[in-house]
Design a protein around this ligand. Sequence first.
Ligand SMILES: C[S@@+](CC[C@H](N)C(=O)[O-])C[C@H]1O[C@@H](n2cnc3c(N)ncnc32)[C@H](O)[C@@H]1O
Ligand code: SF4
Length: 434
Amino acid sequence: MRYLDLIIKYDVTGPRYTSYPPLPYWENPPSQYEWPMHVDQGGVVDLYVHIPFCKNICHYCGCNRIKLCDENDLDKYINYLLKEWKLYRQKCLPLRINSLHLGGGSPSLLSVSQLDKLFGKLLKDLDKSKLKGSIEIDPRNASKLQLQKIFDYGISRLSFGIQDFDPTVQEKIGRLQTFEEVSQIFQQARMIGFEDINFDLIYGLPGQTVSRIEETFKQVVSLRPDTIAFYSFAFVPHFASNQNNILSSDLLQGIEKWKLLETGRNLLFKAGYREVGMDHYALESSLLFKALEGGNLHRNFMGYINHQVDTVIGLGFSAISTTRKSFIQNSKNFLEYYDLIDKGMIPFVKGHVKSDDDLKTESIIHEIMCKQKIKLNSIDVAKVQAFINDNLVKLEGDQVIILEAGKSFLRNICMQFDKRLSTIANNVTFSRTI
Ligand SMILES: C[S@@+](CC[C@H](N)C(=O)[O-])C[C@H]1O[C@@H](n2cnc3c(N)ncnc32)[C@H](O)[C@@H]1O
Ligand code: SF4
């Protein structure tokens, strides 16, 4: 089959598999009593802190975020994050923090003194030189002083939200930021000493064309960020009502959308970037690429990471936490989130304790997403036969190897092993795989 026909064949809706089972399938949460015991079995923890506030909501955004209407809300929220952390320290055995990630929304809305308050309490008694830390930065509201403070606390990785540099596209997505603004804050970050900087970009946004995305990528590679996440636009207006500001007639689909991906990818390859798992590209000097080469690439709700993580504690509104045995998600309702903490409870409202079958599928999905191969003895080979026929994977020794051409279809390959998929009508909750 021609490659373009494969794009049409495999362009379906499906999960992104940042967890297994994916969130819409979670069914049996751990109790308030069980959850701290699951955390205790992990030894060390990775901490995720969700800052859900943004100055304005971008039309395309599918994240859990809310417009910041009153600056006081941020101070109140930080107090509750620290209360939530205190609850964990009371309910669990002593917690050893391995890494800290701040995501959102826009963590760069935090002032220098708010950063001081949060980091001062969370990272107390911690050896900064051993901390692995990262933070998502909206270049439109980041300052040199803020970045210096973040660096001084031992956070060494920044991720900038870029999306696209073209003014026509920016107008259509409700997010204006010039290349010059981004370039300035990027250079300042380099001067401070950040050696691991990521750019987020999206293909499939309204107004994008092959020639416009080409210009964006020329500008992106001129700055040489260490890694680039190049996401497919997840158009899910039933879940994110802000996306109703986007006309579906303005969106490219199927082969036309895929051409945007190919244009960006080819320019990245030409500039020396290598593909790392799904949606991610990295310079060979980057930690992420070295992790791939060393067989130490892992993935969780925050994306790809260069170390094994069994336990992630997510603090804040809508934050997700993971242990080997289970997942939980905190409330997405501020009043409920605050109320549960005031009652001395870990503020989760959803969760799932993994079955033995879930654990097996989770391990296969990890191999596909992080190693691009599967051990033959862990699967029924009939499940990959269609991909073998389409020259997207091959059998080699005791393994199924995903070929270069198959790397655009990792989600489709994972879906073959997902027994739960047929239980949600039409998979309406998920975005398209291309
Ligand atoms: C929390 S935001 C990044 C930090 C910051 N708020 C900003 O926008 O600069 C995380 C990333 O998710 C990606 N994203 C958001 N909505 C998306 C969507 N509907 N489809 C694909 N990617 C999306 C964007 O690339 C965005 O940079
Ligand atoms: S993309 Fe970033 S800044 Fe825009 S609404 Fe989403 S979280 Fe906020």
